[in-house]
Structures are given as C-alpha cells and as structure tokens.
Design a protein around this ligand. Structure first.
Ligand SMILES: [Zn+2]
Length: 409
C-alpha cells in the first residue's frame, strides 16, 4: 500500500509563542539550536487505522539551550497537547534486553538502599512493571500514579497484591504521606515546568523523613553527541545532562547523592534525598553541552540526508525496507523521511501495538511474523541496543535481511 498517497495534509497549527524563560532556572539567555515543524504531538498513542493516525495533532519543535544552567527544552511546546491516556502504549517490557536491565535496576536499588518491606511511590509508573519488580524482589508496598496505568492488567501477577495503581495525573495530594522511596522513571522529560514539578515533589515529602528520590531520564548528552534526532520528539519537551539535572535538583531543595549513565549511555539517573548530604561532583558539562548544541542542527541534517538516500537507493533497486520498533523513535524517524512510503513495514514485538497504526504516517504495525509476508531486504533497527535480539528473531523467521541500526555518528 502506498501510505503517503492515503495521507491527508498535516493539520497546521498556529505557531505558538516561544517560551522566553528557562523552566529549570528561570534564566533568559536562550539560544535556539534545533527546529522541526509539524511533528505528531503524541508518539505512543495507538490508532485504529491509517486515516485516524494520519490526522494526529501536530506541533513544532524549537529546541532552546539555556546558557545559564545548560538545560535544553522545546520552547514551542504547548502544554497539554500530548495525550496520556489508556490509549498510550509505551512499555518496553516485551523485550528481553529491556526486561533484564529493568530487573537488575530494581535489585540494585533494593540492595543499595535496603528497600525491603518499605513504602514506595512511583510517579509516572506506566503499566506498573517496575513496581511489580520492587514488590516481588523486596516485598515493598508500592503506589504508582500514571494516567496511562491499567490497574486491571496486573491482577493475578506475582506481587500485585502489594501494588496499587492510580490512573491519574500526579498531584501533591497524592504524595503527602510517608514514603521511603520516591521513584520517577522516564517522566521528567515529558514535563514542561520542570522546577515547579520538582518543588511539588519536594513539598510532598513528610517533614523529618529522608526518602530516597530516584529519577531516570534520557541522557541528552548522548543525544547531542550522536545527533540522535530519533530521540528528539514532541512528547519529550525537556532534555537534561548530568550537570543541568543536578542543578535543577539543588534548586528545588534536594540533596543529590549520585548521578549515573546507564543502558548503553541512553539513560541518566540521579539519586537524591533531602537534608544534608556531601555535595557530589556534578561533572560540570556546560561547555561541552554548549559546543555540541551549537552544531546539533547541521549534524542532524547530515544524518537525515544519509538515511533518506539509503532508503531511496534500496527502493530504486526494488528492495523492501522495514523498520523495527514502532515507538517514539520510529515516529521521529518516519517524520523526518521525505518518502516514508518507501518503508514497507513497521514491526513491533509488543502485541498491544500490533494491528494499530503509526501516528503521523499511518503505517500498520505488524508483529515479527508479519515480516514473513513482506520479506524485507533491509531492516532498520530503531534502537541499536536491540540489534542482537532482533538479529536472532530474524534468523528464527528465516529472513535473510541486511540489518542497520540508528546509532552514533
Ligand atoms: Zn536554565
């Protein structure tokens, strides 16, 4: 099917006024470093068909770099434009690579901070997978808050009896009780008023308690270094490096304990608490961030041209191209292609995504078995960390395709 031919023209939205103050520090010394127009505002939403998917609301990306604190954010963001609801399907839990990382992360946190039989709060818990691990491995009592949570999906799973999922947006009222650990994974990057949000979390901490505060977000330094444009999308309005993250936590009244880079450098984690703590070496990175930010747009353009040429070449040779992964990276990748119709298939191992349509281009999402009909000659892997896992799956399906992955420059 020629997908581009079925597409309605993108619904243009009026260009929004740009934010003029840094949401993390309030500073006004902002440099515009990257722009992309008319991208889907929601990249994890499931659509029933190509028509609905192509009519997804669109918005602009105008990344600004704050010269005061090093924070990078989409200055054109319209708060509330992205939908986070039951239709939001973001889980990576179907990947063995991700599952083993997730389990190791849970055991490590439990051991290092003696989280056994404790009270744990997770803000932005998604489908509750991490809380289930904390319950199973440490018998912790867990509360998870997320508008896209499906409380009924965990019923009957081991450890679920200690996990309560609240399908709502986070509010201070939900936090005002004693917690031993407050966890927030892959959520802060979706939040526009970063400092206000952290101050709300800080205010909710019961006086006299010193909970572990653990945040995990994408590592913007890797995105900048690799010109990883697939990781720049509308839902992610906030981009932190170690330096800007530590500065934000300090400004909001937390005491950072340590910062780590994990998952092949893709994730950045911070552990903090309140009260006195030895100051950590923040790995001052403002100069490097400024240098990389200044050349981001031209390096991204070169990469995008490279992929467009490679895919066009394959199409001219009569070869079929599939992309593996249908999440936000794939939405970004497709949005930047001049001819998305040259992609014959989009594959995802998450059965909840299969049979739905990609926001923006409307490609139907198929399971790995669907590739046996398409027989692709080239499979482009959206996240290089899954390359080996995908190569094994392709071999099992008897598909002899060239595998390429989005990775560093
Ligand atoms: Zn700032």
């Amino acid at each position: 099917m020629n997908i581009a031919a079925t597409l309605a023209p993108p619904s243009r939205t009026d260009a929004p006024a740009l934010l003029t103050a840094c949401p993390s520090c309030g500073g006004g010394a902002l440099a515009q470093i990257y722009a992309q127009d008319d991208v889907p505002v929601s990249s994890c939403l499931l659509f029933d068909d190509a028509d609905a998917a192509s009519k997804v609301e669109r918005g602009d990306i105008r990344l600004a770099h704050c010269e005061d604190c090093g924070f990078i954010f989409n200055a054109a963001i319209r708060q509330g434009a992205s939908e986070y609801s039951e239709r939001y399907e973001e889980t990576q839990g179907f990947s063995p690579t991700f599952s083993s990382f997730h389990k190791a992360l849970a055991s490590e946190l439990i051991e290092r901070h003696d989280l056994h039989g404790r009270e744990v709060l997770e803000i932005g818990c998604g489908k509750g997978e991490f809380l289930l691990l904390l319950s199973q491995l440490g018998e912790n009592r867990c509360t998870g808050i997320d508008p896209s949570a499906h409380p009924q999906r965990i019923v009957g799973i081991e450890g679920a009896e200690r996990v309560t999922l609240v399908p709502e947006f986070f509010s201070p009222e939900l936090a005002k009780q004693h917690f031993d650990a407050i966890i927030c994974k892959m959520t802060l990057e979706h939040i526009v008023p970063t400092l206000d949000f952290l101050r709300v979390v800080r205010t909710g901490i019961v006086e006299g308690s010193r909970p572990l505060v653990f945040f995990q977000i994408p590592n913007a330094l890797r995105i900048l270094r690799d010109a990883a444009y697939e990781d720049i999308y509308y839902e992610h309005c906030s981009y932190f490096t170690a330096g800007s993250l530590v500065r934000l936590f300090e400004k909001a009244g937390f005491a950072p304990l340590r910062v780590l880079h994990q998952y092949d450098d893709q994730y950045l984690t911070i552990e903090a608490t309140v009260g006195d703590a030895a100051p950590i070496d923040t790995a001052e990175d403002r100069a490097e961030v400024a240098r990389l930010a200044a050349t981001l747009a031209e390096r991204v353009a070169a990469k995008q041209d490279g992929w467009a040429a490679r895919i066009a070449q394959a199409a001219q040779a009569g070869h079929k191209v599939a992309i593996w992964g249908s999440g936000s990276k794939a939405v970004s990748f497709l949005a930047a292609l001049p001819r998305p119709d040259q992609i014959a298939a989009v594959v995802d191992i998450n059965p909840n995504r299969q049979g739905h349509a990609m926001p923006g281009t409307g490609h139907a999402i198929v399971g790995p078995k669907g590739l046996t009909e398409v027989r692709p000659d080239l499979v482009i892997v959206m996240n290089a960390i899954y390359r080996d896992e995908i190569a094994r799956d392709l071999a099992e399906l008897g598909i002899d395709a060239e595998i390429a992955a989005l990775e560093g420059e």
